[in-house]
Design a protein. Structure first.
Length: 227
């Protein structure tokens, strides 16, 4: 039985049209999936500041910490907390604001602190002395909290770690996070990223995982001031 040429051509056209429609639909579906993945990752970026000074003008740590319930900080000397807040403000944030702190410093007596001083071209002992000063300041606050009420002792937890300091991280309520790379250059000169959590598989969770890793390998400090 012969099939009319016109019918054959029409059938071929229909088949090709169906394939094209399927192909277009597939491309669109992949594009939507890629867009969703991009938003899941890069949509968490709230701000990119060229330096920490620029970040202080656009956001600032005090504004981030306002009304916070949980603050995790991992870095070198953590000046954003240790040098910014007075004893009274920190104590009040805990006793009245119910803010819990976990602060993890680069060990001033560890080899990675000495290596960091060499990397930055600093005089030997300058970075370790600053870190010790900050730790003593916070230990005084820690002791005052314990004297005021033993229940407050665990609300300001101090740690040191002896790993290569590659990130400076401040995480607020497991929802807002600042990231600085300490891999090269001084902290004031490196870009600062602000991330807000929108998923469990984005940039926020990656850097939060770095903070959790360092805390897991850190040494908790007692309330007595270091020598």
């Amino acid at each position: 039985m012969e099939i009319p040429v016109d019918d054959l051509i029409a059938t071929v056209d229909r088949l090709q049209s169906g394939k094209q429609a399927t192909s277009i639909a597939s491309v669109r579906a992949r594009a939507r999936q890629q867009e969703a993945q991009a938003l899941e990752t890069w949509g968490e970026v709230q701000e990119i500041c060229r330096t920490r000074t620029a970040f202080a003008h656009e956001w600032s740590y005090p504004s981030m910490f306002e009304s916070a319930q949980d603050i995790v900080a991992v870095g070198i000397s953590l000046n954003a907390i240790a040098l910014t807040y007075s004893w009274e403000n920190l104590i009040q944030s805990i006793t009245s604001g119910r803010t819990r702190y976990r602060l993890c410093f680069l060990d001033p007596d560890g080899r990675h602190c000495r290596e960091r001083e060499e990397e930055e071209g600093l005089d030997p002992g300058s970075l370790s002395d600053l870190t010790r000063l900050n730790l003593r300041h916070l230990h005084v606050i820690q002791r005052r909290l314990c004297e005021q009420d033993p229940a407050w002792c665990d609300w300001l937890q101090l740690y040191t770690y002896d790993l290569a300091p590659r990130y400076n991280l401040y995480m607020v309520n497991n929802a807002l996070l600042t990231v600085q790379s300490d891999g090269c250059g001084r902290g004031e000169d490196t870009p600062t990223f602000v991330l807000r959590r929108t998923s469990d598989e984005g940039l926020f969770d990656f850097y939060a995982g770095v903070a959790r890793y360092i805390l897991a390998h850190a040494r908790p400090l007692e309330a007595s001031a270091p020598q």
